[in-house]
Design a protein. Structure first.
Length: 240
């Protein structure tokens, strides 16, 4: 599944490279072997401080802009990646952070975050709360008065973020994603887009309902009292 995800990300046109940032733990040796065996780069870093790991990877690759796509999103659409990155790099204001998550609109599992490495370094130096270190970007998007942020909405005008879930956190999530791959993936056409995935789930409600108990589940729910402001999403500038 990781290799399928990397194959999809390789079709994004704007990013210069795809790098997997995994941990230094020996139990993750198979990840490095799988990634490099498939022809992709793998860097290793802190096991629990993902902000440190991601900043270190950005620094070591000499990036100006870092794009974060979590590994639990094997069906991420490379065109969505390009749209978020383009919105970030072509904004004359030079936003610190751009994503399609504040607010969400794409089917869950298309999480894309772009940020300047300078902003990522600021977060790396200053973030102190455990969830800021674990989830990498809250220090940026949860402080809209300190950082210029931007959001990209799904151009269809639809919001399927809490009704169509293709992220893999639970066994039932894997069943849904496996069904999508089995139905849509072929060696001749390995990349299919988010609209086609949404259409498949609309046409097969028995598949879409497999993980419906997980619709809308997010790590942020466990930290609602710690997040600085519930207005962070509302104040984020939107690109429709």
């Amino acid at each position: 599944m990781l290799v399928r995800m990397l194959e999809r990300l390789a079709h994004a046109r704007i990013p210069d490279a795809v790098v997997v940032a995994t941990t230094t733990l020996s139990e993750d040796d198979p990840i490095e072997a799988t990634v490099t065996g498939a022809g992709f780069s793998c860097l290793r870093g802190h096991p629990t401080d993902l902000l440190d790991r991601h900043y270190d990877a950005a620094r070591r690759t000499g990036a100006d802009v870092a794009v974060k796509v979590p590994s639990d999103c094997p069906l991420v659409d490379p065109e969505v990646v390009d749209r978020v990155v383009a919105a970030h790099v072509h904004d004359a204001r030079g936003p610190a952070y751009t994503s399609n998550l504040h607010p969400e609109s794409y089917p869950d599992g298309n999480d894309v975050e772009a940020m300047s490495v300078a902003s990522l370094e600021s977060a790396w130096r200053e973030a102190s709360r455990p969830y800021e270190r674990e989830h990498t970007t809250p220090f940026l998007w949860d402080q809209p008065r300190l950082f210029v942020t931007k959001n990209v909405l799904w151009e269809t005008g639809r919001d399927l973020s809490r009704s169509h879930r293709v992220v893999v956190d639970y066994v039932e999530d894997y069943a849904v994603v496996r069904a999508v791959f089995d139905a849509l993936w072929t060696a001749e056409r390995p990349v299919f887009g988010v609209a086609e995935i949404a259409r498949f789930l609309d046409d097969h409600p028995e598949v879409r309902r497999i993980n419906e108990a997980r619709f809308g589940v997010s790590w942020q729910q466990a930290h609602a009292s710690e997040l600085r402001t519930g207005a962070a999403r509302a104040e984020t500038r939107e690109l429709s």
